[in-house]
Ligand binder design. Structure first.
Ligand SMILES: [Zn+2]
Length: 375
């Protein structure tokens, strides 16, 4: 039976921050205390070790919004008997602290981190694949199933604690220099830092106990992706030996060019060709849009070069801010050969006032149209 008679220090006090500190301040304060009391910096100092553990406990609670709210309301009582923060401060051991707050130690402890550091979980390498998508798939979003060859730990493979570093992942090296004996920690050459080495493996596994396996991975691709964009599927890359986490699967998007539609960001361009009589008399046309045909009506006397904008018939924005447009470019097709009668008709029309160009002021010039398209 253990009695907890010692008044526990306030978590905010431990980290030296006020109750109004935000997440970033809490993290910063913890990093500072952790660096100050880190066992590597204070070898054999029990008080530093206690402070190190206390800071970790404080951070565990204050970095979690739910736990923090509970602590703010009930203080230490909130966690009595809950297992994690019961009597004394034996709640966390060094391994917990290092594995839980690895992200905080990651950058700052590169230089040291021997003694209490323990092994780091190795991460497997990333795999890369290309996925080709049609414009329709890009516009609607799609789920793709792809086959990848992943390196995974073979069935029946076992690992044992590395005897070179006793599972620490690092070894202390003593070198004699002109300044005297220098001690430094370096990654264990026998296990590569994982603290584990291969024990038993089946014959088909490689020297690290790994085999290649086909796996079908389902990838949800959101609407609006762009050629060259890379998506990450976490933990679907290669595994690494021992107690490790898999790498990621990096998916590069490749857009298959559409036969008729040209993509420009979120907008789609379509070149429509109409005949000379259609331009003169007006016509209805079915336009190939992304999700099926769209009927448009061209008024009589429509000019070549006119751009019709079909709102929202383009590609959705990847950020979910609506759709682009479909821009239909009207091109009037001029016949290259005529029969005798037709030729006669146009020869007569040459000096006819109906055929003399006279653009109305309301018709925008080419430059105004271009300006309009990008606004
Ligand atoms: Zn080792």
């Amino acid at each position: 039976m253990e009695f907890n008679l010692i008044m526990k220090k306030d978590f905010y006090e431990i980290l030296g921050i006020s109750k109004s500190a935000d997440a970033a301040e809490i993290k910063k304060a913890y990093r500072k205390s952790a660096l100050k009391y880190h066992p590597d910096k204070n070898p054999g100092d029990k008080e530093a070790e206690e402070n190190f553990k206390l800071a970790a406990e404080a951070y565990e609670v204050l970095s979690d919004p739910q736990k923090k709210a509970k602590y703010d309301q009930y203080g230490h009582q909130a966690f009595d008997g809950s297992g994690g923060f019961g009597g004394g401060h034996g709640g966390m051991n060094m391994d917990d602290i290092f594995s839980q707050f690895g992200d905080i130690f990651g950058g700052g402890f590169g230089g040291f981190g021997g003694g209490g550091g323990g092994p780091r979980r190795a991460k497997g390498s990333n795999l890369r694949i290309k996925v080709k998508l049609t414009l329709e798939e890009i516009a609607n979003g799609v789920e793709k199933k792809v086959k990848v060859k992943r390196k995974v730990q073979a069935k029946g493979v076992t690992y044992k604690t590395c005897s070179t570093c006793n599972g620490q992942g690092q070894v202390m090296r003593v070198t004699n220099t002109i300044l005297g004996r220098m001690q430094s920690a370096s990654t264990c050459p026998a296990c590569g830092g994982s603290g584990q080495i291969l024990d038993k493996k089946p014959s088909e596994a490689d020297s690290q106990g790994m085999v290649q396996e086909d796996e079908t991975v389902s990838i949800k691709i959101p609407a609006g992706v762009v050629d060259g964009m890379q998506l990450k599927v976490s933990n679907k890359g290669n595994d690494a030996p021992g107690n490790s986490i898999p790498g990621d699967l990096i998916v590069a998007i490749e857009e298959i060019e559409h036969e008729l539609l040209k993509r420009e960001g979120e907008n789609i361009h379509y070149d429509l060709y109409i005949s000379f009589p259609e331009a003169v008399l007006g016509v209805s046309k079915d336009i190939e849009a992304i999700n099926g045909k769209v009927r448009i009506k061209l008024e009589e006397g429509i000019q070549s070069g006119k751009i019709l904008r079909l709102k929202g018939k383009g590609i959705p924005s990847i950020n979910g801010y609506g759709n682009g447009d479909l821009l239909v470019h009207v091109n009037v097709w001029t016949p290259k050969t005529l029969n005798k009668e037709q030729k006669q008709f146009f020869e007569n029309a040459l000096n006819d006032e109906h055929f003399i160009p006279s653009p109305e002021k309301s018709e925008k010039s080419f430059f105004e149209k271009v300006k309009d398209m990008f606004s």
